[in-house]
Design a binder for this molecule. Structure first.
Ligand code: BES
Ligand code: ZN
Length: 477
């Protein structure tokens, strides 16, 4: 029996070893075997994989999404989230710093109409005027696309309803103001779950300007419909960043390099933000817990960012506070934003790099993907998350985000009230968390020369990398 088993094992090795053997790229810890998904031949990777606890990730997410709910910049819910993150990091043994920063003044409020008792979902145009506490009430006057001849006489003192399209939101606003409108409602010209946000191109309107969905716009077309718009200015608000630092150990270099692992914890209004971005926040918390136990030559900073959704305010503030010495020591930023959707088509883990160049974060992630036998990574040129702030400071940075391969589409409930826990995939959280964790640990373990933005050639491995696709899709979501 024993002899038979030994012969069987030799046979098995003869057949399996030549097919499964793969060299990792330079600087990734030597020769390893590409294993079944979720396994790596590198003992270092395996430390992360074995300890990554998806139940803990789901617990953090449930707290943020279901107990706290929408975590809009400048609100009490955003502060409660920061306090929760701080308490968790302290329980892992970190000293935690909370950094408070001012956020731009904004106008926010509500729209009620005579067609329903329910509030209409709106997006206030940045640059809209406020209305005062009593709001403005008027007849809803249909004004086509908002060309000067589209405004009927009764526009004066009333609320102009304008369809999106044909010219800029600012041109529509100027025309409405000239026709004497007291307020402007712009409705979308395509179906969407979220209201349109009319961008006024940095201009300041004299009247309130809001966006609504196409469906809601069509409900307001008719005789004698009235609306009340109440918008107030939110001034002098603040948001927090929460930071935990893992000091370099072992034989630290004199000026250790710094790796930043970031996730924003705020959400857009009305959205519980399960995917965007309780998912990234919770995975980074879990990685902070695991990595605490393992010495690294680089310093690792876990930076939980507020006020991302109103224009990357928290990450830009964080980077603005770094000293010249810290910037010089900064090696890379791994940013996690939307890593857990269960939307079926989102099978790829995109690595969004602002300029599309395969920097050290991409190289490290693609090397980890090869060791883990994961072929779902796509390099893509895209900003729109906190990695931009680090990129602007000359630091190699990338955002990890789940998308549909080929189209780069995001889940349809992105930024809607439907971004809830039932849209989250436990296995994708685990797969992404383990892969990104293995990449970060591999990168942080050793202090490398060559800081700052890398100009190295792509570390191409067996992962999906399609230049044409990347360039063609730069302008998609
Ligand atoms: N979670 C998204 C990330 C994202 C990245 C969405 C790339 C789409 C493409 C992020 O929170 C977000 O919504 N970003 C804003 C821009 C940001 C500067 C306010 C966006 O893409 O609209
Ligand atoms: Zn986000």
């Amino acid at each position: 029996m024993k002899k038979g088993l030994a012969a069987f094992l030799v046979m098995l090795m003869m057949f399996t070893v030549p097919f499964s053997f793969a060299w990792s790229g330079p600087g990734t810890g030597g020769a390893v075997f590409a294993e079944a998904p979720g396994k790596s031949g590198s003992a270092f990777d395996q430390r992360i994989i074995n300890r990554f606890n998806t139940d803990r990730v789901l617990e953090h997410m449930t707290h943020l999404v279901e107990e706290i709910g929408p975590r809009v910049a400048g609100t009490e819910e955003e502060v409660l989230t920061a306090e929760y993150i701080q308490a968790q990091l302290e329980s892992f043994g970190y000293d935690v710093e909370t950094q408070e920063f001012g956020i731009p003044n904004r106008v926010s409020g509500e729209l009620f109409t005579s067609v329903s008792d329910e509030e209409f979902a709106i997006r206030v145009a940045p640059g809209s005027a406020a209305t005062g506490e009593e709001g403005i009430t008027g007849l809803v006057v249909e004004a086509g696309l908002g060309y000067p001849e589209d405004f009927p006489e009764e526009t004066g003192g009333n609320i102009a309803l304008i369809e999106r399209g044909g010219m800029t939101f600012w041109e529509k606003t100027v025309n409405a103001q000239e026709a004497g409108a007291a307020g402007v409602i712009i409705y979308d010209n395509a179906e969407s779950l979220v209201p349109v946000t009319p961008s006024l191109g940095g201009n300041q309107a004299d009247v309130p300007v809001v966006g609504i969905t196409k469906a809601d716009g069509e409900r307001l077309i008719g005789e004698g419909i009235t609306a009340t718009l109440t918008l107030s200015e939110l001034a002098d608000q603040v948001s927090p960043n929460v930071i935990a630092v893992k000091e370099p150990k072992g034989k630290p270099a004199e000026n250790p390099e710094i790796v930043y692992v970031t996730a924003h914890f705020d959400s857009v209004p009305y959205s519980p933000g399960a995917s965007d971005n309780a998912s990234g926040t919770a995975v980074v918390l879990e990685l902070a817990r695991i990595l605490k136990a393992f010495p690294t030559e680089k310093e690792v900073r876990f930076v939980f960012v507020g006020a991302e959704e109103i224009g990357l305010i928290g990450s830009r503030y964080y980077v603005s506070q770094l000293s010249e010495d810290e910037i010089a020591r900064s090696a890379a930023n791994f940013n996690l934003d939307m890593v857990g959707t269960n939307w079926e088509p989102a099978t790829a883990l995109y690595v969004n790099v602002v300029d599309g160049a395969p920097n050290q974060v991409w190289q490290s992630a693609s090397a980890a993907a090869e060791r883990l036998g994961n072929d779902s990574l796509v390099l893509f040129a895209r900003g729109a998350s906190d990695h931009v702030a680090f990129y602007e400071a000359g630091i190699d940075a990338a955002n990890f985000i789940r998308r549909e391969p080929g189209t780069a589409n995001l889940e349809p409930w992105y930024h809607t009230p439907f971004d809830t826990m039932d849209k989250i995939s436990e296995s994708r959280l685990q797969e992404g968390g383990q892969l990104i964790g293995a990449a970060i640990y591999d990168f942080a373990r050793k202090d490398h020369p060559g800081r700052g933005r890398s100009n190295e050639a792509p570390g191409r491995t067996g992962v999906l990398f399609n230049e044409d696709e990347r360039l063609n899709m730069t302008h998609h979501r």
